[in-house]
Unconditional design. Structure first.
Length: 222
């Protein structure tokens, strides 16, 4: 088994705590664990190249005509829609090549923009503000989560919602066989504790209405 050295990951990419501890080596891939926020991170030296990452995303076969895929996305869409007043403005952050989730929110009467670093690199949209940001199956791809969540803090209007869907990491004994771990584009694995820590850091409210879905709300200005 390959030895994991601390100097390969000086700080937690999620919360910035120094020296996440070596956690596990699986088939030559080294993982680290933050003792503060409990995030699990793939060693950055083992991230795949942007070219290979793009090629992996092209393998996804998701379509607006796939009822099963729409049902899967409804887990997050339904929960967010319960929180939104009519005609809100949002952004699907990390939408991927198929914009099914954005279509679902648009069908519900909301105005939604698209951002994805590979497929919709509309970086100018990141300077705008929104009533909601939705990240479905996205945050596990973030190489620098702390920077991304700080960006969300700036993009969200007071009272705005951040909706996240990701597969929570739970039992460490099952991590090596976790389907999420086997995806080479997944570099950070979040526990519910991790996401609550992020919310607390920004003084956002946080709730988990259904499995693997988190809703965070930026407070209103008093």
């Amino acid at each position: 088994m390959k030895k994991i050295t601390k100097d390969t990951l000086p700080v937690c990419s999620v919360c910035g705590t120094p020296e996440p501890r070596p956690f596990l080596n699986v088939h030559g891939r080294d993982y680290h664990r933050c003792n503060h926020c409990m995030a699990t991170m793939l060693d950055p030296a083992q991230w795949i190249s942007p070219e290979k990452e793009y090629a992996e995303y092209l393998k996804h076969e998701n379509s607006s005509t796939d009822s099963g895929y729409r049902k899967f996305l409804s887990r997050i869409a339904t929960q967010l829609l319960k929180k939104l007043d009519p005609g809100r403005t949002g952004i699907d952050y990390g939408c991927g090549p198929e914009t099914v989730l954005a279509q679902m929110l648009s069908e519900a009467g909301h105005n939604i923009s698209l951002f994805d670093p590979f497929f919709f690199p509309n970086h100018y949209l990141l300077d705008h503000s929104y009533d909601f940001i939705i990240c479905s199956e996205t945050i596990e791809h973030f190489h620098r989560p702390a920077e991304e969540f700080s960006r969300f803090q700036q993009m969200l209007r007071p009272g705005g919602w951040l909706a996240i869907m990701t597969c929570f990491q739970t039992d460490d004994a099952l991590f090596s066989t976790l389907h999420y771990r086997r995806d080479p584009t997944h570099v950070v694995f979040y526990r519910e504790t991790t996401l609550r820590h992020i919310a607390e850091n920004f003084e956002w409210s946080c709730e988990v209405p259904v499995k693997n879905v988190v809703l965070m709300q930026k407070p209103l200005i008093s």
